[in-house]
Design a protein. Structure first.
Length: 241
């Protein structure tokens, strides 16, 4: 399906011609598709749109995927970069979850017409639903890998190695010099300690002042209301460009 056929498909779905035309121009400029540009511009609600595609293909729609049911691929970042297809295990069956694109609808219709039993093994979900499930499925492994990576790859920089090796030797030498100075010249050592801590306190005040002067007002982001989510496939909340 080329851009012209894709534009005709969304026009039949009820998307306004100015929005389709603007998305077409953005798709040509960004080397993407009209579908992606409409979703990025919030002219299409992803949940409602992919539910519509599931009905169009006669497939089941999943608004949520249980992360414990996912069959994780060899590389966990694949579903995060390219949502779908992923496999889930539901009871004693293995289902394939996909996020079809408008340009692939003719190919899917042909496959389903040739093999109607394939519908029992396919489920449609929004790309963000697939990403959320994939992210949650590998969360514990990512935490363990993050906490272990520094100690395994750069042990000298890890907090597990503080005051050992060279760091411990340097701190021991510094502590010995401070004790020797305190015993030999106690008044001079006391003045030096007072000057050091006063400088640190003054530097802390300057850092707080710099942070306070550079503070910006919080970003105000508009949140989609429930009315926009249930308005249908076409979301007229944003003016056409």
């Amino acid at each position: 399906m080329d851009l012209r056929a894709e534009a005709e498909f969304f026009a039949r779905c009820g998307i306004g011609k100015p929005d389709v035309k603007a998305a077409w121009a953005d798709a040509v400029r960004n080397a993407t598709s009209i579908e992606r540009e409409l979703i990025a511009a919030r002219r299409l609600d992803p949940d409602i749109y992919y539910r519509f595609l599931a009905q169009h293909l006669g497939l089941t729609f999943a608004d949520r995927i249980d992360p414990t049911q996912m069959i994780r691929p060899e590389r966990d970042e694949i579903p995060l970069r390219r949502p779908g297809p992923v496999k889930i295990r539901l009871h004693d069956r293995v289902l394939t979850v996909l996020a079809p694109e408008a340009r692939d609808l003719p190919r899917w219709r042909h496959r389903l017409a040739r093999d109607p039993g394939l519908r029992e093994a396919l489920v449609v979900a929004a790309p963000q639903t697939i990403r959320d499930a994939a992210w949650a499925a590998g969360a514990s492994e990512r935490v363990r890998a993050t906490t272990r990576s520094l100690a395994e790859t750069a042990a000298a920089s890890s907090a597990r190695q503080v005051l050992t090796g060279r760091q411990g030797f340097a701190f021991g030498c510094l502590l010995g010099v401070m004790v020797w100075l305190a015993v030999t010249w106690p008044a001079l050592t006391l003045d030096g300690v007072h000057l050091t801590f006063s400088s640190l306190f003054f530097g802390n005040i300057l850092l707080r002042l710099a942070a306070a002067s550079g503070r910006r007002s919080p970003c105000r982001c508009r949140r989609r209301t429930s009315r926009n989510r249930t308005a249908g496939l076409y979301n007229p909340g944003r003016p056409a460009r």
